[in-house]
Design a protein around this ligand. Structure first.
Ligand code: ZN
Length: 301
């Protein structure tokens, strides 16, 4: 501060010199010169205050200040991956009995196009629960870089379907749209036995010509989902499957898939404890977080 007060003229000279150098740099840049080694071009521009003139030379020399290159952003863990999420049923299915009872191919045999799904004792529909989990899960997967395809566009009482065969084919190689790396069908069960609660993950059983191509990765996917749900604090089913995993050959959505696939029955909506988790936003986020963790583990493991 003493030197600043002692030499006001020198200070003014230096500041003017720097200002001129800054203006020169701007002029050079405006003329299309981007060479940072051009004398004066790299000098901090006049907008940058420089209140410490005491020890620097009177005239600014060629700039030696070079910012280190920014490290490239690491790619997101699921960048380039495609996930098909299949929220089961549709809120309007019950209003369209002819459409959803139509028989469709379920993997070498026929079955109803779709069903109404269940609900909690409070009247919270399965179609709405699985839709809300799927939307939350989509948000999380997108943040990880994945492209997410849902098998239905909305949750509305004015619509039905799609049928199980279409749900199982969306994302298959050769189908319109991107080819999926994984398909997760999301459901909840409705069992009125008082001791029935907990989730189970259904993986496809062997149906030659249908599921034999995806059996092994689907089993790995099922284990990833089971483990993530347990880690998130959800209890495996007390009444279906074994250690939270069931194997079925009668589900059209699984049979039609040519990519690794499972159906997650996230709990029993008729059980008060399971229903409480499903009906609250925090519980649904916990489900979605667990499913996201599992899909990430499966795709990157
Ligand atoms: Zn269902």
């Amino acid at each position: 501060m003493t030197r600043l007060r002692a030499h006001p003229t020198r200070l003014l000279t230096r500041l003017l010199t720097r200002l001129l150098a800054g203006l020169l740099a701007v002029a050079i840049l405006a003329a299309g010169c981007s060479d940072a080694d051009t004398p004066g071009a790299g000098t901090p521009s006049g907008g940058s205050p420089d209140p410490a003139p005491g020890s620097s030379p009177a005239a600014p020399g060629p700039s030696t200040v070079t910012l280190p290159p920014r490290p490239p952003k690491p790619p997101k863990p699921l960048a380039g991956r495609v996930v098909v999420l299949d929220p089961g049923h549709q809120l309007g299915n019950a209003r369209f009995p002819a459409e959803i009872n139509r028989r469709v191919d379920a993997g070498g045999f026929t079955k109803a196009c779709n069903t109404t799904g269940t609900s909690s004792d409070d009247g919270y529909p399965e179609a709405t629960f699985v839709w809300e989990v799927a939307v939350e899960l989509r948000k999380r997967l997108r943040r990880l870089g994945a492209r997410v395809v849902l098998t239905r566009d909305d949750n509305t009482a004015d619509a039905w379907g799609p049928c199980i065969d279409e749900r199982g084919r969306i994302g298959n190689p050769g189908e319109p749209g991107p080819t999926a790396d994984v398909r997760v069908s999301i459901h909840a069960d409705g069992n009125r036995s008082s001791s029935a609660h907990g989730f189970h993950v259904i993986r496809p059983g062997r149906r030659d010509g249908w599921t034999d191509d995806v059996l092994a990765p689907s089993e790995r996917l099922a284990l990833a989902l089971r483990d993530a749900l347990v880690t998130a604090g959800f209890a495996p089913s007390t009444y279906l499957g074994e250690d939270g995993i069931d194997v079925r050959t009668d589900l059209g959505t699984l049979n039609h898939s040519d990519v690794p696939v499972v159906m997650a029955e996230l709990g029993n909506m008729r059980d008060a404890g399971d229903a409480a988790a499903m009906e609250g936003a925090a519980g649904r986020q916990r489900y979605a977080r667990a499913l996201s963790t599992a899909i990430r583990a499966f795709l990157t493991g």
